[in-house]
Design a protein around this ligand. Sequence first.
Ligand code: TYD
Ligand code: MG
Length: 445
Amino acid sequence: MKSKISFVCQECGYESPKYLGKCPECGEWNTLVEFKVQKSKVKIESQFSSERKEASVKKLSEIAFSEKDRILTGYSEVDNVLGGGIVKGSVILLAGDPGIGKSTLLLQIGLNLSKKNKVLYISGEESEEQIKMRSKRISKDSKDDNFLLASLNDTNQAFEMIEKTKPLIAIIDSIQTMESEDLTGLSGSVGQVRYAASSFIKLAKTLGIPIILVGHVTKEGMVAGPMVLSHMVDTLLFFEGEKLTSTRILRSLKNRFGPIDEVGIFAMNESGLAEIKDPEQLFLGQKNLNTPGSVLTVTMEGTRAFTVEIQALTVFSKLPMPRRVANGIDRGRLELLLAVLQKQCRLPIDAMDVFVNVAGGLRLSDTSSDLAICLAIFSSLKNIPLSKTIAISEVGLLGELRSTPFFEKRVKQAIKLGFKKIFSSKEYKTLPSLINQLGKIKSLN
Ligand code: TYD
Ligand code: MG
């Protein structure tokens, strides 16, 4: 059998026919590893591959496409993120930290689809018994005759199995465990991962079967590992959340078949992942507490607006460098806002330890929460309860309040939940003027 030698960079996946000390793509040294690629044994037996298709051009209007070609998963949070369901023949990479719930989500989708259609779940990580146990936890009364399960990690075997069973969808959990003897190199190495992915992509396109690949990604390993696949797949989904909270967010980072600004929200509980259609129940902490240090804001995730509680705690520091701890917001942003509070509003914050937390395990990158963060810190520092107020505005370095996109939509959401007191750049031009006014009142509630 003919074989070819190639060198693959373990950092970025760059391929070269000869050895190089430094990778020209990512600039890392000594990362190229030799791979022996034998001519693939895998042949696609389908109507397309037997005769070579003649190349031709078509008019756009001649090409038939109907939205019916999408498969609905039964979870509207997932279908919305995908832009209306899974497109036939597409390849989706579901990436996320280990243990975040990727296998659970796909098992749930698989069980749902298997009520009517054949679903193939190939696991290289767990035994069939383990998956059975988990499926019992998720749905007690499922008739799983259509749910086909295989525990293996040979790329070529998985390939043949999809071809033989022709399921409605196939799930590969995970791409890092797939390994082919056509290549030297361990499973999980860039060469193996790329080989497996490109085989599955070819298969999906030829048979019209959508394939979902799972990829474990650690925060440090954004580029290495399965992220080298992001340009190969049609859709890249990210499943994320803080491990210690139950909130999980499904985001789309790339989608050839839909928008990339939708999110799906779930909560992980004893019987799997539950869709959260009304996220306020998670993100609003204790509604009835009137303790200082809590202010609400309305954040946008994709096109959805959520009300979220920001909590702050300030205490006298015993350290020469007081502590600044940020959970759910960027620490740099917190430092910047503290500097504004100190310099522009003359709040004696420099000797205080400051802790800021976003309730419910959400991560805010939206600068419209700036004002709520500042007011929560002020509320804790001065012991003024502000817990039923909403603040929506970006704060500039000079203490000016700035308008935020989708302001009307955010306000509507706040009013829907019954909140009437909204602080924003509409009413106040600067943070010092607002804080001066609030300092004169003891409580707003
Ligand atoms: P899993 O889907 O195995 O994560 P991944 O495939 O992303 O590595 O999820 C594992 C975690 O989810 C594990 O810590 C247990 C938890 N879990 C629940 O809390 N409830 C459940 O019903 C299930 C199935 C898992
Ligand atoms: Mg898993």
